[in-house]
Design a protein around this ligand. Structure first.
Ligand code: ZN
Ligand code: ZN
Ligand code: ZN
Length: 290
């Protein structure tokens, strides 16, 4: 066996912190789709804006391939891509983050005057300013400035410096179309899933099973940036609760519910509505075995 590609090492440590990652090929762009996925013939990935059924094992569909799943990241098709890759990228929206990509010195100077200070990472000619919270992405919101969050990827350029702050209205306002309510501060929990095996003493599932299911559900909720995040939260809660119908319990469903609420609030669902949706989802799931 040959050594693990160095980029895969980086990718795995990011994934372990719940940051979905993907490899970039020469030119610092995503790998092309495989023949079966060309032109979205497969229907697209489940986490795309129009959810599709694609379960392609390849590194297809750009940002939508990004994953935290160690099994996928280390699978043969991905390892082959890591060997040919030139750098690691991540899906900021999937990590609960927004990257303000400042392309040049003038853009950085503008940000220093206009935006609240946050975590920054140097880039070739400018800086990434990274905020906690997600929003719609948009390129060229002004000269030399892109906003990368939902449905986008950003290059991973190292861990950077400075304390990360909550996504401010000043950044949200850069992308004009507003049809959601900004997320409440303090509910961003996607960087450290609170579901804890030690409290789920009556759950018959493995930690991996529970976390993978939860992460997939959260991706579905976060992808609903236009509408429907509330009903998606209901569906995810119902689906996840049903997985535990045969467990004696407790399964730590409260913690799972909090994660779903946080994800829905991040994409603009008012918190009381998100809580109701999750509670209803749990209550309408098949009855737990006695
Ligand atoms: Zn494919
Ligand atoms: Zn596909
Ligand atoms: Zn369980």
């Amino acid at each position: 066996m040959s050594a693990v590609p160095a980029l895969l090492d980086t990718a795995l440590s990011l994934a372990a912190h719940a940051v979905p990652v993907l490899p970039l090929r020469a030119g610092k762009v995503p790998f092309g789709n495989c023949p079966g996925c060309t032109g979205n013939a497969c229907g697209g990935r489940p986490n795309m804006k129009s959810a599709g059924p694609c379960r392609c094992p390849g590194v297809c569909h750009a940002w939508a391939a990004a994953t935290t799943d160690r099994r996928v990241l280390t699978s043969p098709p991905w390892v082959s891509a890591w060997r040919r890759a030139v750098t690691v990228a991540y899906h900021p929206g999937g990590a609960g983050l927004t990257v303000v990509d400042l392309d040049n010195a003038a853009a950085v100077a503008w940000a220093r005057e206009t935006l609240p200070a946050t975590h920054t990472v140097p880039t070739t000619r400018g800086e990434h300013w990274i905020y906690q919270g997600v929003m719609r992405s948009a390129n060229a919101v002004r000269s030399g400035v892109d906003v990368k969050s939902l449905m986008q990827y950003a290059r991973w350029l190292g861990s950077g410096t400075g304390r990360m702050t909550v996504l401010p209205d000043a950044v949200r306002a850069l992308v004009v179309k507003e049809d959601t309510i900004p997320g409440r501060e303090g509910v961003v929990s996607s960087l450290s899933p609170p579901w804890d095996r030690s409290t789920a003493t009556g759950c018959r599932h493995t930690e991996r099973f529970v976390r993978t299911g939860l992460e997939r559900g959260l991706i579905l909720v976060r992808a609903r940036t236009e509408s429907g995040a509330g009903s998606q939260a209901f569906g995810v809660a119902r689906f996840l609760a049903a997985q535990h119908a045969q467990c004696p319990g407790p399964c730590g469903l409260e913690a799972i519910g909090e994660e779903i609420v946080a994800a829905a609030v991040l994409v603009g669902v008012p918190e009381p509505y998100a809580r109701r949706a999750v509670t209803n989802g749990f209550e309408t799931a098949p009855e737990r075995a006695a």
